[in-house]
Design a protein around this ligand. Structure first.
Ligand code: NAD
Length: 356
């Protein structure tokens, strides 16, 4: 079932965690620890099937390996999912039970926030394991990663707009933001501050109302947000928004947003290129949060160093865009190759050590 799954990519470990008393059903996937302990968020989502949850955690954890490698962090790639509705199924006991599952890996996986999981939830997990990050209290606490993620995405959108549209400012540009949670709402703040025209959607009306109210954004039907007339489409909800089906409907010339796994399959990257759309590879543009979390993991939180590292994201993206142009390849293919090369280099035995 897992070894044959289409999204299985020689993951080092996949762990299924169950706690009957709290109803916990969780899966942890550790993709690659060549660079360090696997670190990545925990997602709580009401998956329709177990297979969907397995596919998500496999793809997300591979994405974390690539993300951490591209951001130059001493961390491997891992991710976890809890099957459940974050608006209905949360309890402290559930998160403590999940913490015990994380703890059983002895630090090989470090959990943080992702869709449906708040800083408070991570603190509760931390009652049963010390292998959590993204905390708001404690010596090296780095807090909610989302503002850092959003800031990196904002800078990444500017780099993509400069490359594709030749514009130095977002003022007056139409940006369609899908998903107004932790990342999307923080991103809207940066975009509004620069004078972008915001078109927004979320499946929860209260989230939309808040952004419309705060920034004068225009609300768009969630089923149509990807297809709206816009200069930039910024997916900040769930994955697989770029597919053979959605692509012909997208009018924006730049797709750059925070959602993980935006490509439904790897091969869609080339179709995006052929459609004349510049795609900012998701795991490169959305690395700001893990950069912030990593500073907590290495026990040396330094906000200035974190910001400097986040501010390198647009430069990494511009390198990818240029290389993709030169080689007539998809930006996603170029980024994947760069990430895989970094992982392979980390796996190669150190020649000096071999000689000893
Ligand atoms: P969140 O749960 O706070 O927000 C997600 C939002 O998307 C919710 O408001 C939800 O209602 C909305 N949504 C879901 N399906 C939708 C749809 N079809 N159309 C419109 N809206 C929809 O999660 P988040 O932390 O903001 O994360 C958003 C995305 O960014 C995820 O893909 C996540 O993996 C990725 N990401 C987050 C971080 C971070 O720091 N939080 C870091 C890197 C990547």
């Amino acid at each position: 079932m897992v070894f044959e799954a289409p999204d299985f990519d020689n993951h080092e470990l996949v762990l299924f965690g169950r706690d009957e008393a709290t109803g916990l059903k969780a899966i942890i996937a550790v993709h690659d620890t060549a660079l360090g302990p696997a670190c990545g968020g925990c997602r709580m989502w009401p998956y329709a099937t177990e297979a969907e949850a397995v596919s998500d955690v496999l793809r997300l954890s591979r994405g974390m390996s690539y993300k951490n490698a591209m951001a130059g962090l001493p961390l491997g790639g891992g991710k976890s999912v809890i099957i459940g509705d974050s608006r209905k199924d949360k309890s402290d006991d559930l998160f403590r039970a999940f913490g015990r599952v994380v703890d059983s890996l002895g630090g090989r996986y470090i959990a943080a926030e992702d869709v449906g999981i708040t800083v408070a939830d991570v603190h509760t997990m931390g009652q049963t394991t010390r292998h959590v990050a993204g905390l708001s209290k404690g010596d090296a606490a780095s807090g909610d990663p989302s503002p850092f993620t959003a800031y990196g995405i904002y800078l990444g959108i500017k780099a993509a707009v400069r490359h594709k549209l030749g514009a130095d400012s977002l003022k007056g540009l139409r940006v369609a933001v899908q998903g107004l949670g932790n990342v999307g709402s923080n991103l809207c703040r940066h975009l509004a501050e620069e004078g972008a025209v915001l078109l927004v959607s979320d499946i929860h009306a209260d989230n939309v109302a808040r952004i419309v109210d705060q920034y004068g954004a225009t609300s768009v039907d969630p089923a149509l947000i990807h297809a709206v007339e816009a200069d930039v489409f910024a997916p900040c909800a769930l994955g697989a928004i770029l597919s053979e089906r959605s692509l012909p409907q997208i009018k924006a010339k730049v797709v750059a947003g925070g959602a993980n796994n935006q490509l439904a399959t790897d091969s869609v990257g080339e179709l995006v290129r052929q459609a004349g759309i510049l795609y900012a590879p998701d795991y490169v543009i959305n690395a700001g949060g893990i950069i912030n979390v990593s500073a907590e993991v290495v026990q040396a939180y330094d906000r200035d160093a974190v910001m400097q590292s986040v501010e390198r994201i647009p430069h990494t993206l511009t390198d990818i865009f240029r290389r993709a142009d030169q080689e007539s390849r998809a930006t996603s293919a170029v980024a994947d190759q760069m990430a895989r090369e970094r992982l392979a280099a980390a796996r190669r035995p150190n020649l000096a050590q071999v000689a000893e």
